[in-house]
Design a protein around this ligand. Structure first.
Ligand SMILES: [Zn+2]
Ligand SMILES: [Zn+2]
Length: 207
């Protein structure tokens, strides 16, 4: 006879829950996971769920990416710039604790204002905005990055943030960005990628 779920006592417990040390039904596992049950990071149901969420966020991001940037087909330099900006954003964002999509939105608006035509800095920039500008400004000064394409790239990123933002999920865009880039490139290769360089194979993987 099948054992009953230790949580609800009604449905069949078809999973083993390490916290309850016994059977749990899939519904109770899903509803209580990390909410009322503090799952250990080794729980296989938790891991599978997280992998699933990551895939979902990554594909949603990819969908929006294609929609916002479909007109860039064949414009390799502009495509490379977008990807480079995404890597830069990921690298910098990972170093700032508690960052939300709202912060990204603010930072992108600040950068767009700074890129010109006249460098408008009306108030103290946000932390993320300042960190990103510190990376971008030298490239602009050295002429490795041009103002107009950069501005366009920032606008495209802002559009993606706007489409991916969810009122209930403060990091919907950021999680999608991370999942997407991690899928695109394994962790070790991202280190080399953090400069504003994108290889043709990155492009092929993306489009
Ligand atoms: Zn149950
Ligand atoms: Zn669990």
């Amino acid at each position: 006879m099948a054992e009953k779920c230790l949580r609800c006592g009604k449905r069949r417990g078809n999973r083993y829950c390490p916290v309850l040390a016994g059977p749990i039904c899939s519904r109770c596992c899903g509803e209580n996971r990390l909410v009322k049950i503090s799952c250990p990071s080794t729980c296989s149901h938790l891991l599978r769920h997280e992998a699933f969420q990551r895939d979902k966020q990554g594909s949603r991001y990819h969908e929006v990416w294609l929609k916002v940037n479909e007109d860039l087909r064949g414009r390799e330099a502009d495509l490379k710039l977008i990807i480079a900006l995404e890597y830069l954003l990921k690298r910098v964002a990972e170093g700032v604790e508690g960052l939300t999509d709202a912060d990204v939105e603010v930072a992108l608006a600040e950068l767009t204002a700074r890129v010109g035509p006249i460098e408008l800095v009306t108030q103290a920039p946000s932390l993320l905005g300042r960190l990103l500008w510190e990376e971008l400004a030298p490239q602009l000064e050295e002429g490795r990055l041009l103002r107009e394409p950069l501005k366009e790239g920032l606008t495209r990123l802002a559009k993606m943030v706007a489409s991916l933002r969810e009122p209930e999920v403060p990091r919907a865009f950021l999680r999608g960005l991370f999942a997407h880039l991690e899928e695109l490139l394994p962790e070790e290769k991202q280190q080399e990628q953090s400069g504003l360089i994108v290889t043709p194979s990155d492009l092929r993987r993306l489009i």
